[in-house]
Ligand binder design. Structure first.
Ligand SMILES: [Zn+2]
Length: 380
């Protein structure tokens, strides 16, 4: 089951008359509560980040500024970014949930998680707020994954309509975290040219796909898939994170790159394929933008439905195989790495061909990819 972080407290970050408003999450919660999805996910309590984790990205002076600004009642901390008296506390709750999701996924509790949090994070810089963002949730989660949880490589996929300049800046010289952003260009915040590819040790680990307003949906998806594949091949990540903004939707009032809600299913599948091929399916998605509240709620439902439908197969299938092998003393398979590759290959193809086919059909297809002697154990 996909892990889901969703909590009323994220609405306590009050922004007044502002596109990044509590109603965004209220609409998502109402939509998901009215669907069948909440019975297909595992709800996890949100939790506050430790300063140790936040300091992996942000400076201590900046953390003090955020807290004292909130304590004094809040206001406009940056041209586009508003805080209320609770906003610092909620920002730490958002970052903490991102870190907790990554920790649980890395420790194997489940392969996928979705954090429906705010404030968003991908514009936030180490020492300043920017573009509705206070703490850079995805950057904090990625760096915690490599520095505290011991992963070698992480891939961040950012499909928010705006370039994730804060995340890019943080990892521009860091070869352990690959950053791929597809975004409208020219547009806010002005960065994200394809020539921005990293620096020093990080050279070649930043992938930017600037897209002109008016691009067709087909071209968007085709170009996204191609650059994502390059980034994934280069990164060979142990974990994939998504900066999941939904403001590329055609009806978004401040973004829009012409996408429909169903296109976010395609984007989700593409990233799931990367996670399955390289990272044992490990995927954590964090909400960023999306400002037409009704369309945002619809897109989040599409995204979560795809996460929830696919993980049933992957988690159960992989778990069954390894449980069977350990019950047999693993004598059946000469090379465990070879088996892992076969499972990944199988899963990649199953997802591509029929993400919603029956378990029996999937296992029939598995015959092509898995050693024949372990298949009988899977016909439960
Ligand atoms: Zn955005």
């Amino acid at each position: 089951m996909t892990l889901l972080y969703m909590d009323d407290r994220f609405q306590h970050h009050r922004t007044g008359d502002h596109p990044e408003c509590p109603e965004r999450l209220r609409a998502i919660q109402a939509r998901l509560s009215g669907s069948d999805l909440l019975s297909q996910v595992k709800r996890i309590d949100v939790c506050t980040a430790t300063d140790e984790d936040v300091l992996r990205i942000h400076g201590s002076d900046y953390l003090r500024t955020l807290r004292s600004f909130a304590d004094e009642g809040g206001g406009r901390i940056e041209a586009d970014t508003v805080m209320s008296e609770d906003s610092a506390r909620i920002a730490w709750l958002a970052a903490g949930s991102a870190v907790d999701a990554v920790s649980r996924v890395v420790q194997g509790e489940d392969t996928q998680a979705l954090c429906l949090l705010r404030p968003p994070g991908h514009h936030a810089l180490p020492d300043s707020a920017m573009g509705f963002c206070l703490l850079n949730n995805v950057a904090i989660a990625a760096r915690t994954a490599v520095e505290r949880l011991g992963l070698d490589r992480v891939l961040i996929v950012d499909w928010d309509v705006h370039h994730g300049n804060g995340t890019q800046d943080v990892f521009y010289e860091d070869e352990r975290v690959t950053f791929f952003s597809a975004h409208r260009f020219p547009f806010y915040p002005g960065s994200g040219r394809s020539t921005e590819t990293g620096r020093g040790k990080g050279l070649g680990t930043t992938f930017n796909l600037p897209l002109a307003f008016g691009i067709s949906r087909q071209d968007y998806l085709k170009r996204f898939a191609a650059v994502l594949e390059n980034a994934a091949e280069k990164a060979r990540p142990d974990l994939v994170l998504i900066s999941a903004g939904f403001d590329a939707h055609v009806e978004d009032p401040i973004g829009s790159l012409g996408l429909e809600a169903s296109d976010f299913e395609t984007l989700t599948v593409l990233v799931q394929q990367v996670a399955a091929t390289h990272a044992q399916g490990r995927l954590v998605s964090l909400l960023e933008g999306g400002y037409n509240v009704e369309r945002l709620a619809e897109c989040v439902e599409v995204h979560l439905r795809q996460l929830a439908s696919a993980v049933r197969w992957y988690g159960r299938f992989t778990g069954e195989i390894f449980a069977f092998l350990s019950s047999q003393g693993r004598d059946l398979v000469v090379d465990e790495r070879d088996l892992t590759t076969r499972i990944d290959c199988f899963w990649h193809n199953a997802l591509q061909s029929a993400p919603s086919c029956s378990i029996r059909e999937i296992l029939m297809a598995a015959c092509c990819y898995l050693p024949g002697e372990i298949l009988p154990a899977l016909w439960w």
